[in-house]
Design a protein around this ligand. Structure first.
Ligand code: FAD
Length: 284
């Protein structure tokens, strides 16, 4: 099928893009890599009278170090981030998550900002943003504001962005010291969305885990942090115990791919595997 007719806009500045989105309201949608939006339009699962293409907006495609963070502009392609030496060394968890997204053709067009703004609960990058306490920069007609990742994901495909706002950048904190990171997920076939997955990070000092983060995806309407399990890991619990704690309160729903009970059980296996790898890496 083909999308319903729409008017295409190609603004060249953030001010122009956000003014258009504010003025056109619910009839308009931002277009980034098009890897989620275009299939939805083509299948007529969504229809908009106006598409506001962000790809020509100046200043949205840089990767730079800013105040202990790595800042990625909204339209940085997933493939660009995946192959960036700076991303690999500064935010290894992001580098490890990216190859799990679809296929390379998808990542060649799909953007980091688009994935986070789209907020699919089975997506890897929202979970990485949550795990690392990333900061999301939103730009609107009135200027910019900063939103903690923990406040950004509201529900399935729903974020804290207001009408007329775009996600202009994401800032990922750079961890230092002896660290390890891992992403584990279960998919039916390579390139499919995850049935369930986890993104974890640890920092160690000798045998002690001094910092830990565990985020889960595919188990609820948004990515979820397992804060109690993180505390248990830092208090010396073993990874099997931590994995059980991370998944104890989950209530994922049943769907055609898996029952909620299966998702919970597999999530615990993913957390155990990911933490084992991350701790080994940090201690190596
Ligand atoms: C076959 C296939 C397999 C895939 N597999 C995976 C997978 O395994 N994991 C995964 O995470 N994703 C997967 N994807 C989705 C892919 O990662 C998309 O690229 C991503 O979800 C959206 O990014 P985009 O740049 O393409 O955004 P678009 O498709 O252009 O936009 C998606 C939505 O986000 C909004 N949006 C985009 N950018 C902004 C912005 N800067 N500010 C405000 N709103 C914005 C748009 O308005 C739209 O509502 C897959 C896609 C396909 C087609």
């Amino acid at each position: 099928m083909k999308p319903s007719p729409f008017t295409y806009h190609a603004p060249e500045s953030i001010a122009e893009a956000t003014a258009l989105l504010a003025e056109l309201g619910d009839d308009a949608k931002a277009l980034a890599g098009g890897q989620s939006l275009v299939p939805m339009l083509s299948l007529r699962l969504a229809a908009f009278e106006h598409l506001v293409d962000l790809n020509r907006v100046a200043g949205l495609n840089a990767i730079e170090r800013v105040n202990g963070h790595l800042r990625l502009g909204a339209t940085v392609r997933q493939a660009t981030a995946e192959h960036s030496a700076e991303v690999k060394s500064s935010v290894p968890l992001l580098a490890r998550a990216l190859p799990h997204i679809g296929h390379f053709q998808i990542r060649n067009r799909g953007t980091v900002g688009g994935s986070i703004a789209h907020a699919d609960p089975a997506s890897e990058l929202p979970a990485v943003a949550l795990a690392l306490d990333a900061v999301i920069e939103a730009a609107g007609p009135g200027g910019t504001r900063r939103i903690a990742a923990s406040d950004f994901f509201v529900s399935t495909w729903e974020t804290a962005l207001n009408d007329g706002e775009i996600l202009s950048a994401v800032e990922f904190p750079v961890w230092s010291g002896r660290c390890g990171f891992a992403v584990e997920e279960l998919t039916r076939r390579h390139g499919d969305f995850a049935i369930v997955g986890t993104a974890v990070g640890v920092q160690v000092d000798g045998d002690a885990v001094t910092k830990a983060t565990i985020a889960l995806f595919g188990v609820g309407a948004t990515p979820l942090r397992a804060s109690e399990a993180e505390a248990a890991l830092m208090a010396g619990a073993d990874v099997a115990e931590v994995a059980r704690a991370a998944t104890a309160g989950l209530t994922p729903s049943d769907d055609v791919h898996a029952s909620g009970a299966y998702r919970t059980q597999v999530a615990a296996v993913m957390v155990r595997r990911a933490l084992t790898k991350a701790i080994q890496e940090a201690r190596a």
